[in-house]
Ligand binder design. Structure first.
Ligand code: ADP
Length: 245
């Protein structure tokens, strides 16, 4: 069978911390070209869901399939080699190295082909293309440490592209950004989302209205609603959770 990298399928996901159930019975399907936002009040389980899919926390039950592979139960580096990339709220780039050097390091860490034994370095052309995609070509020789907050986030996304990630899980990518940076990021997510499976954890409703193709709302570890922004916004259960909070 051909491995399809154009959708993520989570089924029956459950995550427990001690006796506390942080994520329960979560089903989630996200396809390429459907820029998905994940929202919900603090503590809803959004980060835990992403942590489970990327191998950072252990799932008690369920499955998460991407590219023909089961992600749950794998170590984080093996999940990454399956083509899954993830960002955190605080960008982790090498501050003293230039934009290009950061991307070159990511190029060396690119996932291997089907065998997973041999590592295939991203070509210089792929590095150039990623730099263009994230809008940092003009800043190639600038140390990452002097980049604006937003630009660091873009560099981090660029590093995931160079690593050939086809599933991107982004945790609040526009937090702390200026309005101009937000718009740039929205356009970037659109470009990237047309070619990859992208899930974005985000709170900013204005940003969602502008860029989300679809939204999954979580509450108390469960999926509460799913649909377009307009659909979930008029869902009585969602209204209650947000007004009651
Ligand atoms: P969100 O990202 O939606 O704000 P989280 O996934 O961070 O929510 O948290 C979901 C719930 O799980 C919260 O009640 C949180 O306190 C709890 N939680 C998260 N991580 C841990 C952990 N490592 N140990 C214990 N409880 C945790």
């Amino acid at each position: 069978a051909r491995f399809r990298h154009d959708y993520l399928e989570v089924r029956g996901l459950r995550v427990e911390f001690g006796g506390f159930v942080a994520v329960r019975d979560v089903d989630l399907t996200v396809t390429q070209g459907d820029l998905r936002f994940l929202i919900g009040p603090n503590g809803a389980g959004k980060t835990t869901l992403i942590d489970a899919v990327t191998g950072l926390v252990r799932a008690a039950a369920g499955s998460a399939r991407f590219g023909g592979a089961e992600l749950l139960g794998r170590a984080t580096h093996r999940v990454a080699r399956t083509g899954v990339g993830r960002t955190f709220q605080t960008a982790s780039v090498f501050e003293e190295l230039t934009v290009l050097q950061n991307l070159d390091i990511a190029a060396g860490a690119r996932r291997g082909p089907a065998t997973m034994l041999r590592r295939r370095r991203a070509t210089p052309e792929a590095v150039e293309q990623a730099m263009e995609t994230v809008g940092l070509a003009a800043l190639r020789d600038v140390p990452a440490g002097v980049l604006a907050h937003g630009q660091k986030q873009w560099l981090e996304i660029g590093m995931l592209l160079v690593q050939d990630a086809h599933l991107l899980l982004l945790d609040e990518p526009v937090a702390g950004m200026t309005q101009a940076e937000r718009e740039e990021t929205g356009e970037l997510l659109r470009r990237v989302g047309s070619q990859r499976v992208v899930v974005v954890v985000e709170h900013d409703m204005e940003f969602l209205r502008s860029y989300a193709d679809s939204v999954t709302v979580m509450h108390q570890g469960r999926v509460l609603a799913e649909g377009t922004v307009a659909e979930v916004q008029r869902d009585p259960a969602v209204v209650e959770v947000y007004l009651g909070a």
